[in-house]
Design a protein around this ligand. Structure first.
Ligand code: FDM
Ligand code: MG
Length: 218
């Protein structure tokens, strides 16, 4: 039997202004300080051709039909799926800022009858499944106090409110298993400590000696 331990697969999710980028950077640094090899990723990855179309859409420079942009966000994950698996197999811990939960809830938050949570989740089936997904939660009121919205597509209070509701709906479904809610309304260091504790707990689990799972159909 091999005693090789694969890397962990950690995702940071949450609402805009919950502190995702800050906590993503700190978690990666903390893991490296503990001697882990870390691969930092972020979705959307705006550097690829698909990512560039997404970027233009978010900035309002181009229009896309709702299902089309949804599938582009998913394709933007699929184009890196193999590199995630390779890194994890090689023992590198992959930490991503946003992943398929954002993909599902932001599209479903548009409120179309023909773009349900269930429909939105289908293209994600088969992608590598995270060991842990940290949902950085912040109330719309606390988020508002952290400064105004930017000018990107989904940065409105109505959209943020709906996205938050749908995150909670998603947590009641089978995907909720690996999602842990983090109160991101606290100070940066408190949130950082909480995140590191949960990540270390998951990394200590025997699961790390088994292969990475895939996102399963409902
Ligand atoms: N977003 C992000 C989606 O709508 N679908 C997705 O699959 C992903 C990964 O894109 F409003 C939304 C979430 C956010 C916007 O994200 C840009 P960043 O993290 O602000 O770059
Ligand atoms: Mg943003």
């Amino acid at each position: 039997m091999s005693t090789h331990r694969r890397g962990a697969f950690i995702v940071i999710e949450g609402l805009d202004r919950a502190g995702k980028s800050t906590q993503h950077a700190r978690l990666c640094q903390n893991l490296e300080n503990h001697g882990h090899r870390v691969k930092r990723m972020k979705f959307p990855d705006r550097t690829t051709p698909i990512g560039k179309s997404i970027d233009a859409y978010l900035k309002g420079e181009s229009q896309q039909e709702d299902h089309v942009i949804h599938l582009l966000f998913s394709a933007n994950r699929w184009e890196t799926a193999a590199s995630i698996r390779t890194a994890i197999e090689e023992g590198t811990t992959v930490v991503i800022d946003r992943y398929y939960c954002s993909g599902i809830v932001y599209s479903a938050a548009k409120g179309r009858d023909d773009l349900s949570l269930k429909w939105a989740r289908e293209p994600e089936v088969g992608l590598p499944r995270p060991d842990l997904c940290l949902f950085l939660d912040i109330t719309p009121e606390a988020a508002a106090k952290r400064g105004g919205f930017g000018n990107e597509k989904y940065e409105t209070s109505a959209m943020q409110k709906r996205v938050r509701e749908l995150f909670y709906e998603l947590m009641q479904l089978p995907d909720g298993q690996e999602i842990k809610v983090i109160d991101a309304g606290r100070g940066i260091e408190d949130v950082e400590r909480d995140i590191m504790e949960r990540v270390m707990r998951v990394m200590a689990q025997t699961k790390m000696t088994e292969g990475l799972e895939s996102i399963l159909p409902w």
